[in-house]
Design a protein around this ligand. Structure first.
Ligand code: N1C
Length: 214
């Protein structure tokens, strides 16, 4: 990557703008400068399971890749940034997150859409059994990603329900009926309840084949 060029494309999204007025489309040039490449059968999505997912994918890149394993996702994960009207600077403190069109949320929505757009083959999603609504209709996974999976490019969506102690839900949860319905016709749905310990075991034992992780 030409990092200088990516930085310029990144800056143009938010520099010298009101930090509550950065729409999702402001990142179109950045996404175009570092397009996501499809990794069929290995793409992993998630909602409310960030720590478990990344603990696993950082050790098993041979099995699954997430948005955070791409150049843009990796570089911006965990960061805060914004601009100010009348300034050419980038700020990392005092950035609003409570207005709709803030630079950080707009980036993740744009990047999630672009990442879901290239999804192909058998797609995996890790959802949390520790919430009462694992398929949360307000999440980026529900609002942006699921509806962009296209048949027949995407063959199936396979939910891994992460079961921790004192779990509040599992694959039988009613919200998953909505997930099934939100998928375009032709995409097969499955769900498996998997203890967090099994995910960690697969993460720590490279000799376990990806297809037998759960
Ligand atoms: O709203 P969510 O989860 O359902 O979003 C997760 C979903 C994943 O499948 C990713 O592909 O959307 C993508 N994504 C990120 O990769 C990401 N990294 C960091 C979405 N959001 C991401 N973040 C930050 O976490 C961002 O600030 C966003 O607001 C939260 C969403 O986390 P969530 O509610 O657990």
């Amino acid at each position: 990557y030409d990092c200088q060029r990516l930085w310029v494309a990144f800056e143009q999204a938010y520099v010298n703008k009101d930090p509550c007025n950065v729409p999702v489309q402001a990142y179109d040039p950045l996404i175009a400068a570092a397009p996501f490449k499809p990794q069929c059968n290995k793409m992993m999505f998630w909602s409310k399971t960030k720590v478990v997912v990344h603990g696993f994918t950082e050790k098993r890149k041979d099995c699954f890749v997430t948005l955070e394993d791409t150049v843009l996702g990796y570089a911006l994960n965990g960061l805060t940034w914004c601009g100010k009207k009348g300034s050419n600077g980038t700020f990392t403190t005092g950035c609003p997150r409570n207005c709709e069109n803030n630079p950080v949320d707009s980036f993740w929505i744009r990047a999630s859409a672009a990442y879901a757009d290239v999804a192909c083959g058998d797609v995996t999603a890790m959802l949390s059994g520790s919430t009462i609504t694992p398929f949360d209709p307000t999440s980026t996974f529900a609002k942006v990603e699921v509806t962009r999976f296209k048949a027949p490019k995407v063959r199936s969506l396979n939910v891994v329900m992460v079961i921790q102690k004192n779990a509040k839900s599992n694959c039988k949860n009613a919200s998953l009926q909505k997930l099934k319905k939100a998928l375009h016709t032709g995409i097969t749905y499955s769900c498996k309840d998997v203890p967090e310990s099994r995910i960690q075991e697969c993460g720590s034992k490279p000799q376990i084949a990806c297809k037998t992780c759960w």
